[in-house]
Design a protein around this ligand. Sequence first.
Ligand code: S3P
Length: 261
Amino acid sequence: MNDLEMYREQLAICDDKIIDALAERNSVVEKIMAYKEQYGMPILQPAQEQKQERRLNEKLKDNKYRDEILDVFSRILRNSKKIQARKLFSYNIVLIGFMGAGKSTVSDYLSTMFDMRLVEMDQEISDREEMSIPDIFATYGEEYFRKKETELLKELQNEKNCIISCGGGAALREENVVEMKKNGRVVLLTASPETIYDRVKDSNDRPILNGNNNVEFIAEMMEKRREKYEAAADIVVQTDNKTILQICEELISRLMELDNR
Ligand code: S3P
């Protein structure tokens, strides 16, 4: 055997070791998940993730292949998250609620923590139409926008394990709710009118609030929409005075309860 052949054999042995280590690692990830579930522990533990990252950086600090190895680890960690997400959610998570209830923030955080695909409906519609939401309203009217919402929701029913952040009006239509529920669990995020006002007061991209951006108008509109939002929801998570981590933990444990019932 010449040297080249020998090196190739050594490489194959390394690959086998990597495969075995990865398979073992993934099964440990599943054990950790099961343990957290069994003992009702928080699923999201960002502090632990940071600790793991520090450990890796420390271990690799003088390694010649530091950057390359860290690159591989970032994929490994993303895949661990995917394994967790697939185990926890075999469906889409559909976030609904009033403007400023926290749908975008929560969906963003969840999609990062579980490496799940995120569809921000307003963004998607705006990208496809190559226009901002206020411009779509001004040019084609609200009805046109609502039609686009329904079309997109129908299309998204081919997805699984994806986070769908709906525009505030999406859950008001019966046919949209039917679509949301086909393949997803619907999570209603709520907040007081005061909190909502605080979150949206500087925003210019909410045509529904145009010229009426005040607590009274918001409270009145929320009340008008409340019944429909609640009817659509599988679970409700109240977001006032909570951190993003608290909100997401509550959301996850409530979804888990729903499945274990
Ligand atoms: C709307 C909410 C907006 C956007 C559109 C209409 C509504 O989404 O879809 O301006 O009717 O409540 P956000 O809830 O993301 O602001």
